[in-house]
Design a protein around this ligand. Structure first.
Ligand code: RFL
Ligand code: PHB
Length: 389
């Protein structure tokens, strides 16, 4: 088998990149470890920056998103001192869109299938080879036999646990990591959302977030201990705890119901440098992870895709490799700003086990400042709607 760009991973990064390249006549093959159904069942991100939505449109996959996605012009922030709204549209002239990652992936799968391009599911033991040579290739088990895929470039869109980052020699790879002493317990329920906009709540009992997917599908999160498991939290206990963490006026409108999904995600900040080695490039969670507080994981994956897509087009169509040479540095410059914002939002809104009385007072003062200061609100809003590419 041979292709121009071999993409490892059929998550949103891999599928979006493959569709954009296909539109430009650049051939790709996507290798995915899981089944199609498994990938589509993973409940993850819900908030898309305008830049992400624009890329979906450019890839020719934006129609359902534009029909069913919900525009959010602001979000609410609650804390023990009160509640305030940040008006993204007024402060930045921009907004975000609520449209689930599951739907993004479904649209991308269906569009790619319609092109007839090859996506191989259930590929085992994918291994990038000769990435610092002239002829990179991948080996993998599929359909009961070993296969070889030759290509011009490999793109690792294989998420945090994938094999591509590990293929960069340890002596050239630097990994920056921060783990947080808590996780997020998330549930999905077929109930109407509590409010029209998201509510981020920094309560004395810990963080809570009220989000949504559509008018009859709600997504809620609460900060939990790392040692907790979803079985420790039956639905009633979850709703009781959520109610204690959100403002009373909001709690009065909460419609509870059985959860249809429940999972715990640990919080982590992580960056791998460089994001290119020889003929292999990393995109999305394969190279970086943010804590979900700023809703930036999927959106940062999209900015990588943007830079790499344009660099590939420049290479294959204009025979100019400068964009590829600059990819890692350009992507990392934006990633670090997003890392800073996600880390800051996480510190602002969570309770930390080691927090001193001084730390708490500073946190409260920061929330009070944000509640009343337009410049501070604008800084949050500009990051939340997405920094320019
Ligand atoms: P993914 O989605 O992890 O996809 C990687 C794909 O690679 C496959 N793979 C392999 N394929 C072949 N061979 C191998 N050896 C392989 N190993 C792995 C995997 O099966 C998978 O299909 O990475 P990608 O495409 O870079 O996308 C990143 C996003 O999924 C992620 O950043 C977001 O979900 C993060 N995130 C959020 N991001 C946002 O922008 N806004 C949000 O509101 C938001 N909320 C969230 C989130 C992540 C969460 N969790 C569960 C971590 C909320 C949560 C709870
Ligand atoms: C979500 O709806 O899953 C979501 C929304 C906002 C975040 C994180 C997750 O900051």
């Amino acid at each position: 088998m041979r292709t121009q760009v071999a993409i490892v991973g059929g998550g949103p990064s891999g599928m979006l990149l493959s569709m954009l390249l296909h539109k430009q006549g650049i051939d790709t093959i996507v290798l995915e470890r899981r089944t199609r159904d498994y990938v589509l069942a993973r409940v993850r991100a819900g908030v898309l920056e305008t830049g992400f939505a624009d890329l979906m449109r450019e890839a020719g996959v934006g129609e359902r998103m534009d029909r069913e996605g919900i525009i959010h012009e602001g979000a609410s922030f609650a804390h023990p001192g009160g509640q305030f709204r940040i008006d993204f549209e007024k402060l930045t002239g921009r907004h975000v869109m609520v449209y689930g990652q599951t739907e993004v992936n479904r649209d991308l799968f269906e569009a790619r299938e319609a092109t007839g391009a090859t996506t191989l599911f259930e590929c085992k033991g994918v291994k990038p080879r000769d990435i610092d040579g002239e002829q990179p290739f991948l080996t993998f088990l599929h359909g009961g036999k070993m296969n070889r895929l030759d290509c011009d470039f490999i793109v690792g869109c294989d998420g945090f646990h994938g094999p591509c980052r590990q293929a960069i020699p340890e002596e050239v790879r630097t990994e920056y990591e921060k783990t947080y002493p808590f996780g997020w317990l998330g549930i999905l329920s077929e109930t109407p959302p509590i409010a029209e906009e998201l509510i981020y709540a920094a309560s004395e009992r810990g963080f809570a977030l009220c989000s949504m997917r559509n008018e009859n599908l709600s997504r809620y999160y609460i900060q939990c201990r790392l040692s907790d498991s979803p079985e420790d939290w039956d639905d009633d206990t979850f709703w009781e705890e959520l109610i204690r963490r959100i403002p009373e006026t909001a709690a009065e409108t909460l419609v509870t119901g059985p959860s249809i999904e429940k999972s715990i995600a640990p919080l982590r900040s992580f960056v791998c440098e460089p994001m290119r080695w020889g003929k292999m490039f990393l995109c999305g969670d394969a190279a970086h992870i943010v804590p979900p507080t700023g809703a930036k994981g999927l959106n940062t994956a999209a900015s990588d895709v943007h830079y790499l897509y344009h660099a590939m087009v420049q290479h294959f169509i204009e025979s100019d490799s400068q964009g590829l040479e600059e990819y890692s540095a350009r992507a990392l410059a934006r990633i670090w700003k997003t890392q800073r914002f996600s880390w800051w939002m996480t510190n602002l809104l969570h309770r930390f086990p080691e927090q001193t009385e001084f730390d708490l007072k500073v946190q409260q003062a920061e929330l009070a400042f944000l509640a009343e200061n337009e410049a501070a609100q604008r800084a949050l809003a500009e990051n939340y709607v997405g920094l320019p590419y």
